[in-house]
Design a protein around this ligand. Structure first.
Ligand SMILES: Cc1ncc(C[n+]2csc(CCOP(=O)(O)OP(=O)(O)O)c2C)c(N)n1
Ligand SMILES: CC(=O)[C@@H](O)[C@H](O)COP(=O)(O)O
Ligand SMILES: [Mg+2]
Length: 616
């Protein structure tokens, strides 16, 4: 922001009544927009008044508002010049579903993964101090995100720093499913406490007035703190060095704005505790906030999805794991706040005593799994690929060094579509391969997933991961059996290699090539770590051209490893590796992303055709 521009919160001029009307209008827009595009509805409905209050009090062109997860930023986007663009939300070429500094000066920071906002905001406070600047810094964090350890690392440092930093806690009692853990219990108790804010405001006004000198103020402040601590149980935030304000009703715009204005003037770490209702104002979402956390397009009149969601890999995983747990009492399931997304509802209902939701705490989940494995249980942690990135060290240190039998169900592996760059599961192939002793299995159908999960749980020793994609299986319904790899189609002209869901596109490409008179040999890998290149090398000896296709990052890809194996075997062959590349992949429908990356059947076909024709 230029120095000449004035400090001007976007909604500074509106009255409480106008603001309340605006909130009703925003709710309507949210339901209309998201019913067409899909997206994170319930969290946004709950944060309407909060967002309006923030924009009444803060100028987010210069004040820095750091969203945690960022799935609740839709009203912020509407209010900061992206109202029309909401029609393109999460679509290829449209605006993102999460805050993005490249989209707007009002988006202070990237978001998508939970629990980092306080640490990021603290970094901004440090920079402000170092550079002698004067803007305000805020972190907007949900109670679910507060179950992640990183949040406490941020709070611990922020509470001790003594600088202006406003942490706004949006507490709706919900993560995606009801929130878990002792901190959630603590917040629930705080929510029941009488509002303390009114007293504090009155006290400060009187004590700051000319009638009372600063000495008296300081003395009475101490008395007040002592009284408060003996009469009211203290919030954990006060013990961590924050001025705790609240709890405040997050749907009373006038009260919320007052609290925000008050908090804005405090030159210290402040935690504003706001109580909200997830899904507020739209009955289907209020009644079923879990189902309306993230939705596909739906009919706004009924809340019913426009397309029925069918069977998917997550459900197949959950069903198989439940069967295995019913057969073997050592089998336990762990989730990091993603029970429904990872298909574990059935497990939770069937074996509640062996189901553990640790909250948004992937590191804790992996370390806990290590402890369980050490003592003879068989822990299975079902986790989205991109969230597993959080637990890389725990995997190496707590699991792999002692070769513990921990099973990872790596869901959402590969491209995920509309959530975009923060959520694509394109790094696990590389980072899991770098862990000594790791086995990584890559099923391409439900049948293979079931077989491989059974193998991983009951027959593999040491750490083992099974990676599978978002959504359902394709035309390939085979069961490749227990081997490392299988030849699915014979041919002499080119070797096509893939694994997981992309085998469908590769098989289609082989069919298109056959139409051009080119016979492709298709090798499907079942185990990608440790990689056994034997079948691929045999094929390449014959075809002299190898094309690998995977929806994983270029560096550390299976293609890279196969290219090295070809070179090591002294084969003269052309090797072409198709991957998701070495850049972050944007958001959009899977079909668009695959097309952009040349990973759909047409793209693979074209690349293979060009290579073979060049060669021949
Ligand atoms: C590291 C990480 N793990 C899991 C998730 C998936 N996730 C997205 S939102 C969410 C729940 C967040 O709850 P809360 O912060 O209370 O926000 P609310 O939706 O209730 O507004 C979860 C688990 C994530 N984004 N990041
Ligand atoms: C915001 C977030 O991290 C989750 O809500 C995520 O968007 C869920 O993704 P799925 O739709 O693939 O379950
Ligand atoms: Mg919540």
């Amino acid at each position: 922001m230029k120095e000449t521009e004035e400090y001007q919160p976007l909604l500074a001029g509106i009255t409480d009544r106008e603001g309340t009307e605006l909130c009703a209008q925003l709710r309507q827009e949210l339901v209309d927009d998201v019913s067409k595009t899909g997206g994170h509805l319930a969290s946004n409905l709950g944060a309407v008044e909060l967002t309006v209050a923030i924009h009444r009090v803060f100028d987010t062109r210069q004040d820095r508002l750091v969203f945690d997860v960022g799935h609740q930023c839709y009203c912020h986007k509407i209010l900061t010049g992206r109202r029309e663009a909401m029609a393109t939300l999460r679509q290829y070429g449209g605006i993102a579903g999460f805050p993005k500094p490249v989209e707007s000066v009002h988006d202070a920071f990237i978001a998508g993964h939970a629990s980092n906002s306080v640490a990021v905001a603290l970094g901004m406070v440090r920079a402000r101090q170092a550079l002698g600047e004067h803007y305000k810094v805020m972190a907007l964090i949900g109670d679910g995100a507060l179950t992640g350890g990183l949040a406490y690392e941020g709070l611990s440092n922020a509470g001790a720093c003594g600088q202006q930093l406003l942490v706004i806690l949006n507490d709706n009692g919900m993560s995606i499913t009801p929130n878990v853990g002792a901190v959630a219990d603590h917040l629930a108790k705080q929510r029941l406490k009488p509002q303390y804010l009114t007293f504090k405001r009155y006290y400060r006004r009187v004590m700051n007035s000319n009638q009372v000198g600063r000495k008296v103020y300081r003395f009475t402040h101490k008395v007040k703190q002592a009284l408060k601590q003996s009469l009211l149980p203290c919030s954990m935030f006060e013990n961590m060095g924050f001025n705790y304000v609240g709890p405040v009703n997050g749907h009373d715009l006038a009260g919320l704005t007052r609290a925000m204005r008050y908090a804005r003037e405090l030159n210290e770490p402040v935690l504003l505790h706001v109580k909200t209702v997830k899904g507020k104002g739209y009955a289907p979402a209020e009644e079923n906030p879990d189902a309306f956390h993230g939705v596909s397009p739906f009919d706004p009149a009924t809340g019913k999805a426009k397309k029925k969601s069918g069977e998917n890999f997550s459900a197949a995983f959950g069903r198989t794991l439940t069967r295995l747990a019913q057969q073997d009492r050592r089998v336990c399931a762990i989730t990091a706040a993603m029970m429904s997304g990872t298909g574990l509802e059935q497990f939770q209902a069937a074996c509640p005593e062996r189901f553990f939701d640790v909250g948004i705490a992937e590191g804790c989940a992996v370390s806990m799994a290590a402890g369980m494995a050490k003592q003879g249980a068989i822990p299975v942690f079902a986790v989205y690929s991109s969230f597993l990135q959080r637990a890389y060290d725990m995997l190496i240190h707590d699991v792999a060094i002692d070769k513990l039998h921990v099973v990872l169900g790596v869901d959402r592996a590969g491209l995920v579509g509309e959530d975009g760059e923060t959520h694509h599961g394109v790094f696990d192939v590389a980072f899991l391969d770098s862990v000594p002793g790791m086995t990584v299995l890559a099923p391409s159908s439900y049948a293979e997933l079931e077989g491989m999960l059974e193998q991983a749980v009951l027959h593999v020793n040491g750490p083992v991961a099974i990676r599978y994609p978002r959504g359902g299986e394709g035309a390939y319904r085979g069961d490749a059996g227990p081997g490392h790899a299988a030849v699915l189609r014979r041919g002499d002209d080119i070797t096509l290699v893939s694994y997981g869901i992309l085998i469908n596109d590769v098989l289609e490409a082989a069919e298109l090539l056959a139409g051009e008179g080119i016979q492709a040999e298709v090798v499907k890998l079942n185990v990608i770590t440790p990689l056994d290149p034997e079948l691929v090398l045999e094929s390449v000896k014959k075809t002299k051209v190898l094309l690998t296709a995977e929806d994983s990052a270029a560096h550390g890809s299976v293609g890279e490893r196969l290219a090295a194996a070809v070179a090591e075997a002294g084969l003269t062959a052309k090797v072409l590796c198709r991957t998701s590349g070495d850049k972050f992949v944007t958001h959009g429908a899977l079909s668009c992303l695959k097309q952009e990356l040349g990973l759909d059947s047409a793209g693979i076909f074209r690349a293979a055709l060009e290579e073979v024709r060049k060669d021949g």
